[in-house]
Design a protein around this ligand. Structure first.
Ligand code: COA
Ligand code: AMP
Length: 623
């Protein structure tokens, strides 16, 4: 089948199409109802099937000839460690951790927060939850205590699984004090915090319910896989919305497993036994889908890399890993390549390694800008594949379908809709626009398997955020256009979400934090273009009258505040102190105009602007 035939099959008979795809997995009881709708009108895939994601990802392979194949290779330049786990070893470790969770009283449907660095125990923790039908919620290690507290209060976990520290390029980050602080801030208190001690910084386990990971696991018996329904939740993953409260995106077991498995062959062209490397972090959706679940469901070997593209120890880190572990496909965010390009513009490190196993390079998480694409293309002469998706979907919405048909690449485009997604470009009134005209990227309902079915505990927010803007469609929050050949070009967010180093952050949340500073009367945060990180936040603040504190001190305090409240990962570095902010006559801050002004783009002065002279004032301040 070529791409057009596959797309047509997915549109003509979606249920038949996805039933067939579901047959690639080993269910305990095959689903009979492929697509159903609940009382809220929300679609669910494979709701009545019985299964277990950890069984499909581990036990199935152990029982079917892959027991001694490498399942996960941990490569950690920051600790000088390399360790391979076969499918059998990984299954056995996961079963014991699952047993430990069961001993701690974790049952099917209970939530477990995983706040861990990139060590294999993080993947084991996720799979152990899946094994007993518990719902994991991984929190990125770079988030500060208040962010963790928000997630604790929303997910109400019975247990937190963690490690004593994470290792960044310049420092060791102790996790336990952050967790203790988060529990103090939060209203909900988890029963236990289980800590995997690392030698780089051991944690003091002094709170009630604190447990040492190895000691507790050593007392556990392996747990069997608990059967769950296709529509039971596998995980909650929080992502930034437009306000300070993150959205708990939920993922159902059945649709997720089917989409993961399908994508590994249809998009990433990976066969069982081959080595796949997603250089991301388990704290992000890319890590959930393409470090942990999809490669294992497909019977591949996944690389678990604890390092950075540069400085661990140099800009050749990625090429060393590819050559050493015979990686077929690498998947990461364009920022990583921009960082490498900056350090090694002529690709000298690339030439040092045998990259004969390397066939395809995938990029996602932010727009693959044409200059980065061109540089990669020059260095590798390999297909460089952009794919566009979001935490909400859990897998690509548009991509070059490498395992179905290797389509021509257009720089700046994430190619075509993935079968299952019916993509439309709509104007603000919900009318379809013509080819090459920019608009809102919307997906006609029903969404395919794996996409979110609600926001944890808040169906109304799910509906208002995604389903109400254009009835009958899911609103992606991204803008872009489709060209005359049906290629999609994603141009950026249409809301207050920004993308810094491929990390999704909310400017709305940053504004809420700046507004808590006693000297600040009003503020706005925008995402300005950044050559390395794609975007960087920039704050604008109007001070309260009578404030005579040195502006530099206020700016420093705001940077510190952002690090304490969100984390260093927010990359908040600068604030412009202004007298006034550009607003519409109804008082809405013109953030888009501010961003255009900062980026030096041509802009049309909005007709709704209250006082255009403010723009000149700001221009002066920026100088
Ligand atoms: N735990 C604690 N802190 C973390 C962290 C983590 N897991 N990840 C990042 N941080 C900290 C960094 O140490 C840095 O702190 P600093 O301001 O004190 O120096 C800050 O957050 C900003 O991090 P980052 O934006 O990653 O910048 P960097 O300069 O450390 O690294 C790159 C730049 C390009 C090397 C890095 O961003 C990178 O590897 N990007 C790849 C993108 C990626 O994997 N995205 C995932 C989505 S697909
Ligand atoms: P996240 O939910 O963290 O994966 O972030 C999703 C957002 O990142 C999307 O809504 C886009 O704004 C952006 N994004 C991800 N992949 C791409 C891509 N290939 N091209 C353009 N933007 C992307």
């Amino acid at each position: 089948m070529n791409y057009q035939q596959e797309l047509a099959a997915s549109k003509d008979d979606p249920e038949g199409f996805w039933r067939k795809k579901s047959e690639a997995l080993e269910w305990f009881k095959k689903p009979e109802k492929i697509l159903t709708q609940d009382k809220d009108g929300i679609h669910h895939w494979f709701a009545d099937g019985e299964m277990n994601t950890a069984y499909m990802a581990l036990d199935y392979h152990v029982e079917n000839g892959r027991a001694d194949q490498a399942a996960l290779i941990y490569d950690s330049p920051v600790t000088n460690t390399k360790k391979t786990y076969t499918y059998r070893e990984l299954r056995d470790e996961v079963a014991l951790i699952a047993g430990m969770l069961a001993d701690l009283g974790v049952e099917k449907g209970d939530r477990v927060i995983v706040y861990m660095p990139m060590i294999p125990q993080a993947a084991m923790a996720m799979l152990a939850c899946a094994r007993i039908g518990a719902i994991h919620s991984v929190v990125f290690g770079g988030f500060a205590a208040p962010e963790l507290a928000l997630r604790i209060d929303d997910a109400k976990p019975k247990v937190i699984l963690s490690a004593s520290c994470g290792i960044e390029i310049k420092r060791v980050i102790e996790y336990k004090p952050l967790i203790d602080n988060a529990i103090e801030i939060a209203e909900h208190t988890p029963k236990n915090v289980v800590v995997f001690q690392r030698p780089e910084a051991t944690a003091e386990l002094s709170r009630d319910g604190d447990l040492d990971w190895l000691e507790t696991v050593s007392k556990a018996q392996p747990a069997e896989c608990t059967p769950v329904k296709g529509s039971d939740l596998l995980y909650i993953l929080y992502t930034s919305g437009t306000t300070g409260k993150p959205k708990g995106v939920v993922r159902e077991n059945g649709g997720h497993a089917v989409a993961m498995k399908y994508s590994m062959s249809a998009i990433y062209d990976m066969k069982p036994g081959e080595v796949f490397w997603s250089a991301s972090d388990v704290g992000w959706v890319v890590g959930h889908s393409y470090i942990v679940y999809a490669p294992l469901l497909q019977g591949c070997t996944t690389i678990f890399f604890e390092g950075k593209p540069i400085m661990t120890p140099d800009a050749g880190a990625f090429w060393r890993v590819i050559s050493e572990h015979k990686v077929k496909a690498l998947f990461t965010a364009p920022t990583a390549f921009r960082a490498i390009k900056k350090e090694d513009p002529n690709g000298d490190f690339i030439k040092k390694y045998d990259l004969s196993s390397f066939e395809t390079l995938f990029a996602a998480g932010e727009r693959l800008d044409p200059p980065t694409y061109e540089w990669l293309n020059e260095q590798f002469k390999l297909p460089i594949i952009d794919n566009w998706w979001q935490t909400e979907t859990g897998w690509p919405i548009s991509s070059n379908m490498r395992g179905i048909e290797k389509m021509p690449i257009k720089p700046g485009s994430s190619t075509v809709p993935v079968p299952g997604y019916d993509i439309h470009i709509l104007d603000d009134n919900g009318q379809e626009v013509v080819a090459n005209k920019q608009g809102n990227i919307a997906i006609k309902l029903p969404l395919p398997p794996s996409c979110l079915t609600t926001i944890w505990g808040d169906i109304n927010r799910f509906k208002s955020s995604y389903l109400e803007t254009f009835p009958g469609y899911y609103t992606s929050g991204d803008g872009g256009y489709i060209d005359e050949d049906g290629y999609l070009f994603v141009m950026g967010r249409t809301d207050d979400v920004i993308n810094v180093s491929g990390h999704r952050l909310s400017t709305g949340e940053m504004e809420e934090i700046i507004a808590t500073h006693p000297a600040v009367a009003e503020c706005a945060v925008i995402g300005r273009s950044d050559e390395l990180k794609g975007q960087m936040p920039l704050g604008f603040a109007i001070l309260k009258s009578g404030v005579d504190t040195d502006h530099l001190d206020i700016k420093k305090a705001l940077v510190q505040l952002m690090r304490e409240k969100i984390g260093a990962v927010a990359c908040y570095k600068d604030t412009v102190i202004v007298e006034r902010l550009p607003k519409t006559r109804s008082g809405k801050i013109l953030r888009k105009t501010l961003r255009q002004l900062v980026d030096g783009e041509d802009y049309v002065i909005p007709s709704t602007i209250d006082d255009p002279t403010i723009l000149d004032e700001i221009q002066q301040e920026l100088k």
